[in-house]
Design a protein around this ligand. Structure first.
Ligand SMILES: [Zn+2]
Length: 272
């Protein structure tokens, strides 16, 4: 699933590709569950509007349109945006074509169809955006925030870091990597984490996300950039998907455990 660095990569690339272009028509090949509500309304809401900016909030893409309106997209498992010269026929997993006045197309493609597209006149009306926690690369990511909100929590640190209501944008890959760099066992309760350890978590969260953005995200299986190329951060992963391989720090085999039905990878020696 795309996480913050992958979505940020797509947002930056889309901004370059489509800003200033106008949606001339919208073709929908498979709506449910991608487009919420009525299809005709969805098309009417978007046709004739100009892309002014593309932004990111957590794992959501927010397209600013003019006259004022917002298209909010979530890629979920396998959603991707591709900008290309117009296709003659939709390929198997194309869900929506946004035909642009420049003659190009922005294609929303989604193999598993969990991705969503929503239209708002006011972003305050989006319930999903309202529920999100702090942005990990923002100034809100402070020691004080964690001590105040999680200082006495019994929840496991791994689950807390995946909780979008607390920190928004992280997923399984980056949380495994951040906890490895911070040398913290993913099963520890957040209440047991001291100030020095929280500082390490904050430091490595920012560091790893920034490095991953520099490398255009991580491609393990499905993630693609808008030109259909892969990201490159997978070559810097130290624990994620490395079960049985020697830890880069101490040589102990990396372990895989399941927490909340999701794989966690860690070094039992380095992460205490
Ligand atoms: Zn180790």
């Amino acid at each position: 699933m795309p996480e913050l660095p992958e979505v940020e990569t797509v947002v930056r690339e889309l901004r370059e590709e489509i800003c200033g272009d106008i949606i001339s028509s919208v073709e929908i090949f498979r709506s449910n569950p991608i487009v919420q509500g009525d299809l005709d309304t969805f098309q009417e809401q978007l046709c004739g509007r100009k892309f002014m900016d593309v932004k990111r909030r957590a794992k959501y893409l927010i397209f600013d349109l003019e006259p004022k309106r917002y298209l909010v997209a979530h890629l979920r498992m396998t959603g991707k945006f591709i900008v290309s010269e117009p296709l003659l026929e939709p390929t198997k997993h194309n869900r929506v074509w946004f035909n642009l006045e420049s003659g190009r197309q922005m294609i929303f493609d989604d193999i598993r169809c969990f991705g969503t597209l929503e239209v708002y006149d006011d972003l305050a009306d989006s319930k999903s955006l309202q529920k999100l926690g702090i942005e990990p690369l923002s100034k809100a990511m402070t020691l004080g925030y964690f001590i105040k909100n999680l200082g006495s929590s019994k929840r496991e640190i791994k689950s807390v870091m995946l909780d979008q209501k607390i920190i928004a944008g992280l997923g399984n890959i980056y949380v495994s990597e951040i906890l490895f760099r911070s040398r913290i066992n993913p099963q520890r309760s957040t209440g047991s984490i001291n100030k020095k350890e929280w500082s390490l978590i904050i430091k490595y969260t920012k560091y790893i996300l920034q490095e991953a953005i520099k490398n255009n995200g991580t491609t393990i299986s499905d993630f693609r950039r808008v030109d259909d190329k892969t990201g490159a951060f997978q070559q810097f992963l130290q624990v994620y998907d490395k079960k049985g391989m020697p830890c880069t720090e101490c040589g102990t085999p990396i372990q895989r455990i399941v927490q909340q039905q999701r794989s966690t990878f860690f070094c039992p020696e380095c992460q205490r």
